[in-house]
Ligand binder design. Structure first.
Ligand code: FES
Length: 313
């Protein structure tokens, strides 16, 4: 739409039976959006427009909204969410862009609860877990990295660098797919998620690293956008930018996080003191928790039963 930078489509589809956005208050939300846009001059000032749309295909989690051309999605939309989104869209843009983000998938665990299997390569709904995560992240980041400690050649077939855990010694370390790491798990090298994140921060060529574990294949599709907005806000508020240590995590889901490259030095120090708990590191660098998610947004696959249940669902 010429002249508009943010076009909000609110689903107002209404059905007599079953779930539909129109029956969950989307008309009122659209009305409030339009009134706020008009009342605050956001159409002229910020290039924002809101219109109704037909069914967006996510009826059970409505009301739904999508913003074009950014492709931002919001589900289970409330009046407050919608107005909050307007405020975000109306902000002056900082230098943080999605192309400034590298995605890292953590697949280096020992799989203790699945009898030592390599969880990232375990099939779920027709493909290995690692591929679910890569496909979900790929459209939203500049490039991807994989943290793994065995079956490195199999992971490397995905076409992205594979980073085994290494001792945290020097920030100029070059992480690489070591020929010494063969198909077996090198238990000594598997040092927990923070060790994988450390290698990711070394290897990333972008100012930001977005981290997801491989065993939560249905994490919210708009998660990276929410992190992005949080980073934008942080940048705008502090003026400090990404050279400082900045981290953001999903409340209660510490492995889902966005870290600035500036976290490398404090993380190296943290690991050097023998600490391994990811939540402790986040707190140490004053991380910001993203709220508003439910437990079901991050249901993970831990046990053989979890895999069996979902495959038969
Ligand atoms: S009714 Fe709104 S997404 Fe289907």
């Amino acid at each position: 739409m010429p002249g508009y930078q943010h076009h909000l489509f609110v689903c107002t589809n209404e059905r007599d039976e079953g779930s539909s956005c129109g029956r969950r208050g989307s008309f009122e939300i659209l009305k409030a959006l339009k009134a706020t846009i008009r009342g605050r001059g956001l159409d002229h000032e910020a290039g924002i427009m809101a219109t109704k749309s037909g069914c967006l295909g996510l009826c059970s989690v409505g009301p739904n909204l999508v913003v074009y051309p950014q492709g931002l999605w919001r589900s289970s939309l409330t009046h407050a969410d919608a107005i909050g989104l307007l405020k975000e869209l109306a902000k002056p843009m900082s230098d943080v862009r999605l192309s400034d983000i590298t995605g890292l998938v953590l697949a280096g665990g020992q799989g203790r609860r699945i009898h030592g299997e390599d969880k990232g390569l375990k099939f779920w709904r027709g493909q290995p877990l690692i591929d679910h995560a890569l496909h979900r992240l790929a459209p939203r980041v500049r490039t991807l990295l994989i943290s793994a400690n065995r079956n490195l050649a199999l992971y490397a077939k995905r076409g992205y660098p594979v980073l085994p855990d290494e001792p945290a010694t020097d920030p100029s370390d070059t992480a690489h797919c070591s020929a010494d790491n063969t198909d077996g798990l090198n238990a000594k090298n598997s040092q927990g998620p923070l060790a994988g994140i450390y290698q990711g921060l070394i290897k990333a060529q972008t100012p930001w690293l977005m981290v997801v574990p491989c065993d939560v294949p249905l994490f919210p599709a708009d998660l990276i956008d929410r992190f992005w907005w949080a980073a934008q806000e942080s940048f705008t508020d502090s003026g400090a930018g990404m050279v400082q240590a900045r981290s953001f995590f999903v409340e209660g889901q510490y492995a889902f996080c966005l870290l600035s490259k500036g976290c490398l030095a404090p993380l190296r120090h943290f690991l050097g003191t023998g600490q391994r708990r990811i939540e402790d590191f986040h707190h140490q660098v004053g991380a910001i928790a993203l709220k508003g998610f439910t437990d079901s947004d991050f249901r993970n696959l831990n046990t053989p039963t979890d895999f069996d249940a979902d495959c038969s669902a």
